[in-house]
Design a protein around this ligand. Structure first.
Ligand SMILES: [Zn+2]
Ligand SMILES: [Zn+2]
Length: 448
């Protein structure tokens, strides 16, 4: 009897081991095939990348960029909707019963004059929303995002037999101005198209070498709020300050007081930033002005910290104005602008699963565990809509390996994102990105 049990259990064990070995080798062979297909497709993707890089369009003006992304989806048989939430593009590919996965790329560039000296550098100029001439550059790598997006969709459309479910590919405008995700959601992204079970995106990194990937579980990027403060006063001659209420002095007191919101009112264990990025007031030496305008950026993770920071700004500005002797109707006007971005939260279970897969595919040494940052990304907004959709944005290394090593040994600083010198190393960056995003999507859409 015992022998029989032993025989049965060892047979079961044998079958189990065999099936693990077989499924691992199936993964390995499919993955090897995918790698070869990406190699073959790279020429096409590099051409696309160079085209996108040299034809950037700034936020809210991504007309031709969106058209190009739409074209890439149409030729692969996607049902494509254009001009959705501005210049947004939505492509849907239904491939039988299974989960719905949304993959997002952003489309917009920045008003920066490129200084990389690359043969395909942007020379493009255009008018901004106020009608002023500005240069345009893909200094945040959204051209890499679109190229990887296209490479991924070309692989997924070709390997339809390997997966089942629905793929939603979106090209989102105006990420840099934080309006694009909001506009696409307001236009009914999750109502007019199948609601995703998972949201995926990647963002390039200017301090990870090309060929490597970074992930972070939980909060990855911060709540971002832009706040305007209008400090009022009673102007007059600079020689008669006693007859005025000087808004420049009041504004300087406000700036000093705001420093205590983070240092004295927020738990040292909770991240928060209050930065006064701009202050303008007055016209010349001997005139006390009527007003001062300030622009602030606020960063946080938790809603409680965010709310407290905003209410503290209102409380401090009001009471400092009253202390300066201004009347109730002259207290500063604090405006929280509409362009706020919610924190990007990487769903821990989804992040864990995808990170494990990346370890298998690329090797432990090529996957970096990152720390959360206080920058913002409006991809976070898609994961905030109730009921919350598990979302993940991972980071894609872009820095040429030799440049990276030289900078580190020489103690030199690498160009950051949003810098006129930011120049990704296209080939290893794009190939790694396409492989990572395609494999992540296949993991979620795997045929049962
Ligand atoms: Zn950016
Ligand atoms: Zn960006």
């Amino acid at each position: 009897m015992i022998k029989k049990i032993l025989l049965v259990s060892s047979l079961t064990l044998f079958t189990l081991v065999l099936s693990i070995v077989l499924s691992r080798s199936a993964i390995a062979s499919n993955s090897e095939l995918l790698k070869q297909q990406i190699e073959k497709d790279y020429k096409y993707l590099e051409q696309l990348y160079r085209h996108l890089h040299s034809h950037p369009e700034i936020s809210f003006q991504e007309k031709n960029t969106a058209k190009r992304v739409a074209k890439e989806l149409k030729v692969l048989g996607f049902e494509v909707t254009e001009n959705f939430g501005g210049y947004g593009v939505v492509g849907v590919l239904k491939n039988g019963e299974g989960p719905t996965v949304m993959i997002r790329t952003d489309l917009d560039a920045l008003p920066i004059k490129e200084k990389t000296g690359l043969s395909y550098a942007s020379k493009q100029s255009m008018k901004d929303r106020d009608g002023n001439k500005t240069y345009a550059m893909h200094a945040c790598g959204h051209d890499v995002h679109m190229t990887v997006f296209t490479g991924t969709v070309r692989r997924l459309a070709e390997s339809k037999k390997q997966w089942a479910g629905t793929l939603i590919m979106i090209g989102q405008p105006a990420e840099e101005r934080s309006g694009g995700a909001k506009a696409m959601l307001a236009d009914g992204l999750f109502e007019k198209f199948p609601r995703p079970d998972y949201n995926l995106a990647l963002h390039v990194s200017a301090d990870i070498p090309a060929g490597k990937i970074g992930t972070v579980q939980g909060f990855a990027m911060a709540n971002v709020d832009s706040v305007d403060i209008l400090v009022k006063g009673q102007g007059g001659h600079g020689a008669y300050p006693h007859n005025t209420k000087d808004p420049v002095v009041l504004a300087s007191q406000i700036i000093q007081s705001l420093q205590t919101i983070v240092s004295r009112e927020t738990s040292p264990l909770e991240p928060a930033v209050v930065t006064v990025g701009s202050i303008h007031g007055g016209s010349q030496h001997n005139i006390i002005s009527n007003q001062v305008k300030m622009q602030l950026t606020l960063r946080s993770y938790s809603d409680a910290v965010r709310k407290n920071t905003i209410s503290s700004i209102k409380r401090m500005t009001k009471h400092l104005a009253l202390a300066a002797g201004l009347a109730e109707d002259q207290i500063p006007v604090v405006t929280v602008l509409n362009e706020s971005t919610p924190a990007a939260y990487n769903h821990p279970e989804l992040t864990g699963k995808v990170t494990d897969l990346f370890h298998q595919l690329f090797g432990e040494q090529n996957i970096i565990q990152l720390k959360p940052e206080m920058v913002g990304e409006d991809f976070g907004r898609y994961g905030q809509v109730e009921p919350k959709i598990p979302s993940l944005m991972f980071r894609l290394g872009t820095v040429n390996v030799d440049t990276f090593n030289a900078a580190h040994t020489g103690g030199k600083r690498l160009p950051t994102l949003h810098s006129a010198d930011f120049a990704p190393d296209p080939e290893p960056t794009i190939k790694t990105g396409v492989r990572a995003m395609t494999e992540a999507a296949l993991l979620l859409l795997k045929k049962k």
